[in-house]
Design a protein around this ligand. Structure first.
Ligand code: TMP
Length: 411
């Protein structure tokens, strides 16, 4: 078991966390940088802790939010067409759910470029996006989505309530798992939500992360890895209950949690079913993470073995998708430009930069097409299906995709 300099407390239960996995020193997952910035690169120790009281798996420490979400934040949800469709379906579900009152008000935390809220905006539904990354919020506003660039907190909830009134629905996708002050966020939700309103949020699901050994979901931004157990515990402290859970295929396996004020709505049988399934999988038990740690080690060994074999054969190996997830794989395994020559990514803000920590050049998709690698490591494995169909010509010409999820293999 790794040693820690002092005991950290669960951000929800305020009980000591038990350290369970240690990834060592890691840079920021999205900290793509230039040659000149290398000497000032920021590193922190990436370690997971588990609270047996709240069952919440979480980072022991997280860099300050301003380091991670700023006006150069390079992630735009709208760049993936599958994600675009997913958020349209999410919006339609909310609109048709029967939970919205007359003349509803919908709030979304971390609305990114407006990929989901634009469907409310186009339907003339009163909405507000709250997006801390200024450059991304600007794009949302340009897309006709009313957005303020702020971090959500209890006090921001009070000011939104004063200016716009209570919310029928508070939404978030891949956002709550990023916010260290979850307790403050839940208190803010409680204040902002109408008595009959709903909270609907989704995040990568711990059950999938454990079953697929997708340890790359663990990086600075993901302070929490939620399960139905831990979500139920955290919200119950403010009198909010879980009324439905819906599994999603996005981000390699996510869960959508629907919550409401206690007693406001009927509870779906899916909640009990999922809690039972989680007990079978052991998501509420600390010894589950001993097995997780062993599986992560196996994955590291197998990834390195395959890359070293490819190197010996003189194969050109590149990464596909300069994802924040890949930062954990590359740094934890110690994979640099000697094993992976470049990483291609469609995001202009990442191109021309170096990957965090291991400094592998990030290039455009055109570069990839002009220099097709023998093997591409599918760092954006969660978009695998979309990428496979886009790259049929590369595959037909003999190009191969390698992934580590759920074990190291060629796709
Ligand atoms: P995500 O896994 O956090 O959604 O990030 C996906 C990254 O992969 C993002 O930087 C965009 C990139 N990407 C491509 O370069 N090509 C693609 O076809 C897809 C779907 C994503």
């Amino acid at each position: 078991m790794p040693q820690y300099e002092h005991q950290m407390l669960c951000r929800i239960a305020e009980q000591p966390l038990t350290p369970v996995v240690d990834f060592g020193m890691q840079p920021l997952g999205n900290g793509f940088l230039t040659e000149n910035e290398i000497s000032n690169e920021y590193f922190f120790r990436l370690q997971l802790g588990f609270s047996e009281e709240s069952t919440l798996l979480q980072l022991l420490r997280q860099p300050e939010p301003e380091r991670m979400f700023h006006n150069q934040y390079p992630f735009f949800s709208g760049t993936s067409s599958v994600m675009g469709t997913h958020f349209q379906t999410f919006a339609t579900w909310v609109i048709d759910s029967g939970f919205l009152g007359d003349d509803p008000f919908v709030v979304e935390l971390g609305c990114n470029d407006g990929v989901m809220l634009k469907h409310f905006a186009s339907g003339g539904i009163k909405h507000l996006g709250i997006e801390p990354a200024e450059n991304v919020a600007e794009v949302a506003n340009q897309n006709g989505v009313m957005t303020i660039s702020e971090f959500f907190s209890e006090s921001l909830a009070e000011s939104v309530l004063e200016r716009h009134g209570p919310a029928d629905a508070i939404l978030a996708a891949n956002v709550l798992c990023h916010i260290s002050d979850l307790r403050g966020v839940i208190k803010g939700f409680k204040k902002l939500l109408k008595p009959n309103g709903i909270i609907a949020f989704e995040d990568p699901y711990l059950g999938d992360i454990i079953s697929k050994t997708s340890f790359d979901q663990i990086y600075d931004e993901h302070v929490f890895l939620f399960s139905a157990h831990s979500v139920q515990y955290a919200f119950s402290l403010e009198g909010i209950e879980l009324i439905d859970v819906q599994a999603q295929s996005t981000h390699g396996g996510s869960m959508r949690y629907i919550l409401a004020n206690r007693g406001a709505h009927k509870i779906s049988s899916s909640v009990e079913q999922t809690l039972r399934q989680e007990q079978k999988q052991g998501l509420h038990r600390i010894d589950t993470f001993d097995i997780f740690r062993i599986n992560i080690e196996k994955s590291r060994k197998n990834i390195l073995a395959e890359l070293n074999t490819l190197k010996q054969r003189g194969a050109l190996v590149a990464g596909y998708g300069a994802t924040s997830k890949s930062t954990t794989i590359l740094n934890f395994c110690g994979i640099g430009p000697d094993l992976v020559e470049f990483i291609c990514d469609t995001t202009p803000l990442k191109q021309g930069k170096l990957s965090p920590g291991m400094h592998i050049p990030v290039v455009s998709h055109e570069f990839f097409q002009q220099n097709p690698p023998d093997v591409s490591i599918l760092f954006a494995w969660n978009h695998g299906r979309e990428i496979m169909s886009k790259e049929s010509a590369y595959i037909e010409a003999g190009g191969k995709f390698l992934t580590h999820v759920p074990h190291v293999h060629y796709v």
